[in-house]
Design a protein around this ligand. Structure first.
Ligand code: CTP
Length: 220
């Protein structure tokens, strides 16, 4: 590399929901559209960064100039992220990862019996917490917190417990904002105490706000 030429930043982003299969056709999931994660990936690519987007099943086209890694379950998402986290400068976990999966998945679609049915669930891996625990000093890690109440307190707790540099909190109890919506209002909290509010605004503008603040304040 020539002296004075900056290597491009490497950014890893998770987006969308995960699906935890009960059998070949049924699964547990959530209503995440993937829009916020895709907007961040597009914004990072526009800034000239090298972007790996690890995405659960969504109906969105991949952003231009982004390397997409399609996954289904939380376990697959973790396996895809693990090697990509090592060389990344910035990791942003936006995915709405299922917290539980069925303890066992049937290989064939079971017939209904008409009786009550109990599902036994086991926790999935916390991708963000596991990778942030391996964070090197020069890496920056950003999490999201979708909350329905006590938004700031819950987000601050996750910032500490998951060893994050930043957390983006949003109140998903408000109709038309947040998950599966076009717009978002976010509260951006930093480990160093910074507290910023942005929105309501289209997710592309929210993505720009997050990237600009995180990058201006980080070591990368
Ligand atoms: N996350 C993750 N892996 C999981 C669960 C969450 O990587 N198994 C990440 C999300 O991508 C998000 C952050 O952790 O960046 C917070 O997710 P959230 O669902 O708000 O919090 P949880 O840790 O799952 O806690 P709770 O469901 O109790 O609010």
């Amino acid at each position: 590399m020539h002296a004075g030429v900056q290597p491009s930043l490497r950014c890893l982003i998770t987006a969308g929901p995960t699906r935890e299969h009960l059998d070949p056709v049924r699964f547990l999931s959530n209503g995440s559209s993937g829009r916020m994660g895709y907007a961040l990936a597009a914004g990072a690519a526009r800034r000239g960064w090298q972007v790996d987007l690890v995405s659960g099943p969504v109906a969105l086209p991949p952003p231009e100039s982004v390397t997409i890694h399609r996954v289904t379950s939380a376990a697959e998402m973790f396996r895809a992220c693990e090697p990509l986290f090592v060389p990344c400068d910035l990791f942003i976990a936006v995915a709405a990862v299922a917290d539980y999966r069925p303890k066992s998945a049937a290989r064939q679609k079971p017939e209904k019996s008409g009786d009550d049915l109990r599902l036994e669930l086991v926790p999935t891996i916390d991708i963000l917490k596991t990778l942030a625990a391996r964070k090197r000093p020069e890496q920056t890690v950003v999490g999201f917190a979708a909350e329905t109440h006590d938004v700031e307190a819950h987000a601050r707790r996750k910032l500490e417990e998951k060893n994050l540099d930043w957390i983006v909190a949003n109140d998903v109890s408000r109709p038309g904002l947040g998950m599966d919506a076009e717009s978002n209002t976010v509260l951006l909290l930093a480990r160093n105490g910074a507290r910023l509010v942005f929105g309501p605004a289209p997710k592309a503008d929210v993505a720009g706000f997050i990237l600009d603040h995180v990058i201006a304040a980080s070591r990368c």
